[in-house]
Ligand binder design. Structure first.
Ligand code: SF4
Length: 419
C-alpha cells in the first residue's frame, strides 16, 4: 500500500525553510518500508497552498493509498496552528477519497479535537512503530479496522476509541531510521553536515509546558517510559549513517536529555572516540553538569552542550514552568562547561503566562550575566493537553489556546512593544 505522509510540526520554522530531525517519524517510516509498504514523505508549511499539497498527493498516490497527516511523534513543548493547516489538508479527502489518518503528539494529547477535524477518519495515539504497521497491513488486506490499538476510528458516525498498546520495550529491535526519506537539505543540523542521532526515548522531568509528563502518565502501566538503545546498536546506526553520507563532520545527540543512565554513559564515553571519533554535542539537564562530568564529556569528544534554562527569571522558571533549577545551578553549569572548554547554549522562552515587562527585563539581565556562548530564545505557545495554558485575562482562569499561534506572538508584541 502507498502511505503518503504530510508532516507539519513546530519542529519546523514558520517560514518552512528549516526542519529538525524527528527520530520517531524516521523510524516509523522505516518500519513501514521494511514490511513492504511504499512510503512518501512531504513537509507542509506556511507557504504551501492547497494546490501544492494536492499536486504532490496526485503525483505520488496509487490505487491503494493512505494519507497520514502528522505532527511530531517525539516530545513537543509547543502548540501548533493546526486549524490553519487543516484548512489546506482536509479538502484532500473530498478530492481524492483516500482514507486519512492524523497521528503525532498533538493527536495523542487531544484526541477528541483531533478526531473531529474534517476529513479525518482515524487518529493514531502514542508510539506508532507497531501500530501503524498493523494499521496499514489491515487496511491493505481489507480487514477489520475498528479494534486496532492506539487508533480511534470514525465509522458511521461512531468513534471507536481503542486503548494504547505497551511501549516499545527494546528500541534496538527497531530498524534504523529512514533518514534518506527526510528533507535533509532543509534540516538545521544536516544541512551543516551534522548528523542528528537519538539514543533514548522519554524524559523523567516534570516541566509543565512539555508533552513528556503527560505522555508518561498516559503510558502508566504500559512499560518503562525511559528507554535506551544499546551502545553497540547506537554505534552501528551511526556507522551506517556515516557510510551513507561521507560529508558528515559532527554528531548531535538530540535525546531530550542525554547521558541519564550512569552505566550506559560510562560505556558510551569510553568507546565513542574509537568507535566514531567525530566531535559531538548533546542536551543536558542543569543538574548533570558537574565539573567531573563535563570533563569526561570533553575527553570523549563532546564540544557543545545545550541546557533548557527556559527563563532567567526564577519565578517564571520554577513557579510558572516547574523547571526546578536554581540560580546557583545555572552558574554551576557555566563554571563546569568553562572548565571543560565546552560551548554552552541555553534554551529560553518568552511570552509565558503571567510574564510582565519586569520579568522579561530580569530574565534578559540574568541570562546575560551568566554569559553562555549562545541563547536560543523561542516564543512559548501553549501545547493543548499539557500542564501549562494561557490565562484568560477576563476570568484569570487557564484557557487552552486554540487557533493560529500568531495570536500569541501578537499578544506578546502588544504587551512589550506597543503600549
Ligand atoms: S527536561 Fe523538561 S522540557 Fe525537556 S524534555 Fe524533559 S520534561 Fe520536557
Amino acid at each position: 500500500m502507498r502511505v503518503l505522509f504530510l508532516y507539519t510540526s513546530t519542529n519546523m520554522c514558520r517560514d518552512g525553510n528549516l526542519w529538525y530531525y524527528d527520530e520517531a517519524t524516521a523510524v516509523v517510516v522505516s518500519c513501514l518500508r521494511t514490511v513492504g509498504h511504499t512510503v512518501h514523505f512531504r513537509t507542509v508549511d506556511d507557504r504551501d497552498t492547497y494546490e501544492d499539497i494536492a499536486g504532490w498527493v496526485a503525483s505520488h498516490a496509487g490505487e491503494r493509498t493512505l494519507l497520514v497527516f502528522m505532527t511530531s511523534l517525539m516530545f513537543s513543548a509547543f502548540g501548533h496552528d493546526l486549524p490553519d493547516t487543516f484548512e489546506r489538508v482536509s479538502p484532500l479527502k473530498k478530492t481524492f477519497g483516500f482514507p486519512m489518518a492524523f497521528v503525532g503528539v498533538h493527536a495523542t494529547l487531544n484526541p477528541d479535537r483531533a478526531i473531529a477535524y474534517e476529513g479525518i477518519d482515524f487518529i493514531g495515539r502514542g508510539e506508532m512503530e507497531e501500530a501503524l504497521v498493523e494499521f496499514c497491513d489491515t487496511l491493505e488486506a481489507g480487514g477489520r479496522m475498528k479494534d486496532i490499538r492506539n487508533f480511534w476510528v470514525k465509522e458511521n458516525g461512531t468513534v471507536h476509541r481503542n486503548p494504547l498498546r505497551p511501549l516499545v520495550e527494546r528500541l534496538d529491535r527497531l530498524p534504523f531510521p529512514a533518514r534518506d526519506l527526510l528533507p535533509t537539505a532543509r534540516m538545521a543540523n544536516e544541512r551543516d553536515h551534522i548528523l542528528t542521532v537519538v539514543a533514548s526515548r522519554g524524559c523523567p522531568m516534570t516541566c509543565n509546558f512539555c508533552s513528556n509528563p503527560v505522555l508518561r502518565d498516559l503510558y502508566q502501566g504500559k512499560g518503562k517510559y525511559f528507554r535506551l538503545k544499546r551502545v553497540e546498536y547506537l554505534f552501528a546506526e551511526i556507522r551506517a549513517a556515516l557510510e551513507a553520507d561521507k560529508g558528515i563532520r559532527a554528531i548531535f545527540f538530540q535525546d531530550d536529555v542525554f547521558c541519564l543512565s550512569p552505566g550506559w554513559t560510562r560505556d558510551f564515553l569510553a568507546r565513542y572516540p574509537e568507535e566514531v571519533g567525530l566531535p559531538w554535542g548533546c542536551n543536558l539537564l542543569a543538574r548533570q553538569a558537574s565539573p567531573a562530568f563535563t570533563t569526561a564529556l570533553r575527553r570523549s569528544g563532546c564540544r557543545q552542550v545545550q541546557v533548557g534554562i527556559e527563563s532567567g527569571s526564577p519565578h517564571l522558571r520554577n513557579v510558572v514552568l516547574n523547571k526546578g533549577i536554581s540560580n546557583r545551578e545555572i552558574q554551576q553549569v557555566i563554571d563546569a562547561c568553562r572548565k571543560a572548554d565546552l560551548f554552552v547554549t541555553f534554551y529560553a522562552m518568552t511570552g509565558l503566562p503571567g510574564e510582565t515587562r519586569s520579568h522579561l527585563v530580569e530574565s534578559i539581565r540574568n541570562l546575560a550575566r551568566y554569559r553562555p556562548d549562545m541563547i536560543q530564545i523561542q516564543m512559548w505557545e501553549a501545547l493543548e493537553g499539557s500542564g501549562l495554558q494561557e490565562s484568560d485575562p477576563a476570568t484569570g482562569k487557564d484557557s487552552p489556546v486554540h487557533g493560529p499561534p500568531v495570536r500569541n506572538r501578537r499578544a506578546w508584541r502588544d504587551r512589550f512593544f506597543f503600549r
